[in-house]
Design a protein. Sequence first.
Length: 238
Amino acid sequence: MGRNNFFQFKQFKIVQEKAAMKVGIDGVLLGAWARMDAERHILDVGTGTGLLALMAAQRTAAFVDAVEIEADAAHEARDNFNQSLWTERLRLFVTAFQDFDADKKYDHIIANPPFFDHQKTPKSGDAKRATARHADCLSIEELLAKAVALLSDSGRISLILPADQEERLRAAARHVKLYVNRCAKVFPDETRPAHRILVELSAESGLAFLESIYIRKRETGDYTEQYRQLTSDFYLAF
């Protein structure tokens, strides 16, 4: 297995030899930031190699289902699940999310969705990477419409998206009667504008909790103490 073909966390390992999208800050950030309490059933949409599902399994006692459309990623996700401490609580479904037929309602749905617009961002020549990165196969509107139908009455949805998609997300949420309960703007460092947003949605309206997260210190390039503390249950280095 070559360099960068696996990523070792404190309690699990992600093998990512064939998958188009490797472990990155976006996924780890969402998995650490998402509010998880006493969920019984969690769904990870577009699991890739299984990162968010494994983070959810580590953080909770819930049964975690994961959906993935790309065959190589799904194969590695299944292996990663089987090699984890929580294999009996993890299930994988190889299908498009639009075609996913659930046998339950979920207390929490998490997703690091394919969010690049092909009209703004040229597609990669790698078909697998294009599927993983672009919204052609699952738009924000489709994601929320399907997710809300799978959500329990008190359930919530946690997502990470580009910062410039915030208004589109809010409009799509209003259309399916979801409300923003938490929102974090993510900044590369203290001198640059936000490039991601973390959002928690539910059917319960109310004042949203807003925060800012800074990944690195501009002067040194080191991770901030804020990011270290948020992800300390996962990264070996923290």
